[in-house]
Design a protein around this ligand. Structure first.
Ligand SMILES: Cc1ncc(C[n+]2csc(CCO)c2C)c(N)n1
Length: 217
């Protein structure tokens, strides 16, 4: 069995819980409070800036040039989405520059950056995989469930359910599996642990937007 099959099976309860979160249910029904969506977009823009750099670090550390190139493209994709958010939503929603990272956004972004810089390469690759894979699955889930023709969040919903994003995700899974083929069972275990941790942080990211999370002090 590929490593990615084990990872998906291990992380699937977290994926299922994400689909049942109020943020996702209300995105589907179009009833999500605008300030929660705005909070999410502002934090996601900050997240993507860090995520793109984490992907670049992994690209620099990759053993094979083909894998380095893939991660460079992923990094470019993340930063392009960040720029597109700026050009579109950040202006439309009047998000002010200088918004601080929420505690969860800080935790998630810096977890990925530290894994990308310091963890064994295969673990770093596994840590960034839920950002691709869980997002794709959640995007498809929302797209399939959503019934409104005038959902105010339709543009966002279309971004991640598309075929183009599906191909990027498939490539990220393939690189992880190619690297995992050369790894020991102990290394597979460490990869799966990083995958599950990042999956939990995906859950927390949605939760923090729903709660409009603030620093306690
Ligand atoms: C918290 C959070 N997690 C994942 C994504 C999804 N995502 C955005 S860019 C990109 C890679 C493109 O090469 C992926 C997978 C997100 N937006 N926000």
């Amino acid at each position: 069995m590929n490593w990615s099959n084990t990872a998906w099976q291990t992380g699937s309860p977290i994926y299922t819980q994400i689909t049942q979160m109020p943020f996702i249910r209300e995105l589907i029904s179009g009833t999500l409070a605008p300030e929660k969506f705005t909070f999410y977009i502002a934090q996601d823009s900050l997240y993507l800036a860090g995520f793109g750099r984490a992907l670049s670090l992994i690209a620099a550390r990759a053993q094979h040039s083909a894998h380095a190139l893939e991660f460079m493209r992923f990094a470019e994709g993340a930063l392009m989405v960040e720029q597109a958010l700026h050009a579109g939503y950040v202006q439309k929603l009047n998000i002010q520059p200088g918004v601080p990272l929420s505690p969860t956004c800080q935790h998630y972004t810096h977890y990925l950056l530290s894994q990308a810089a310091l963890a064994p390469l295969e673990v770093a690759m596994a840590a960034v995989l839920p950002c691709f894979w869980i997002y794709k699955a959640v995007g498809d889930y929302i797209y399939a469930k959503e019934q409104l023709s005038d959902n105010p969040y339709q543009d966002w919903i279309n971004t991640y359910a598309g075929e183009e994003f599906g191909q990027i995700v498939a490539r990220a899974i393939r690189v992880c599996d190619e690297v995992a083929e050369t790894c020991t069972p102990a290394q597979h275990q460490a990869m799966t642990e990083a995958y599950v941790t990042a999956s939990k942080l995906e859950w927390m990211f949605w939760d923090s937007a729903y709660k409009l999370e603030e620093w306690p002090v």
